[in-house]
Design a protein around this ligand. Sequence first.
Ligand code: AGP
Length: 374
Amino acid sequence: EQINKGKYEHYMQKEIHEQPESLTTTMRGRLIRGGSCKSMSVLLGGIKDHLKTIRRSRRIVFIGCGTSYNAALAARPILEELSGIPVSVEIASDLLDRQGPIYREDTAIFVSQSGETADTLQALEYALENGALCVGITNTVGSAIARHTHCGVHINAGCEIGVASTKAYTSQIVVMAMLALAIGDNTLSSQARREAIIDGLFDLPSKVKEVLKLDQEMKNLAQLLIAEQSLLVFGRGYNYATALEGALKVKEVALMHSEGILAGEMKHGPLALVDETLPIVVVATQDACFSKQQSVIQQLHARKGRLIVMCTKGDAASACVGGSCRVIEVPQVEDCLQPVINIVPLQLLAYHLTVLRGYNVDQPRNLAKSVTTQ
Ligand code: AGP
């Protein structure tokens, strides 16, 4: 059943829509809530014997390519917050090009859906040579990355066939959020935050189900954008990754130029592109960066930008300040889990744009599901 399309026309469409189930499978048996003292905890069997070493590491370095890199970027803030350990995120090929420093005291975490990506695998060899503790986060049991790392966590998202990674991305973020909970100390000061995240994880599948109801709305938006040459996506904080990943989806399947932009960098160049014709998605859901995103939206309005604002449900008026814009309203979850929700409308948009433009959804030209050569 997993590898046929069922009621769907394309694997990408099926994989987008099965995210409530794939996320449930990712978390199954790993979140423990309740008991007499109402305690909550996370159990990641594949790394439990290495947790002490990870907690003592001088640095955590995530390494991946494409969507897997973006997932690590989405998870970095919560890892930093809960572990207190410096976290960096590396594109595998760039780390290799620079022969960037990796130390014995580092924990290097390799993120890969396939577990076979050549660049990531070579970076793994490099990190092993340099003596780092190597952890794998993959979707493929028995893959090269799963076999060659010291320990790891499978994301258990189920087989992903579409070249565009969708359900693996959201499951990767959830695994990394659970990893942050597992690494971080359960101190009194962090207890409320940890409990809120665990509650949020339990609720996430139903919130994803809710956001999937935007399917028709995203199809209508795709209809509107069908002939565009380019689409910019602005995000920051937890949702810088959403901007990068949304743009990657649009470019790889809809074959439309799209760029994810860190909103904080807007004035340092991208603002010059803004006019009344270029469509711009601004991710402005509620979190600590919201007021900064409001100011970005105001500045884009002042340049007559053609805006599509993604905001928290019920927030359209305060998000869309300074002018009129099309709005995508999404359910609110704990800030570190919001990227899981926010990517879904952009996955749907990329899917519908591709179908409407008549391109191959599951097998975009020039791309392979697993990039096993360098
Ligand atoms: C995702 O939509 C892409 N097809 C691509 O960026 C992919 O994520 C990248 O090649 C890494 O693959 P991996 O996760 O299997 O290592």
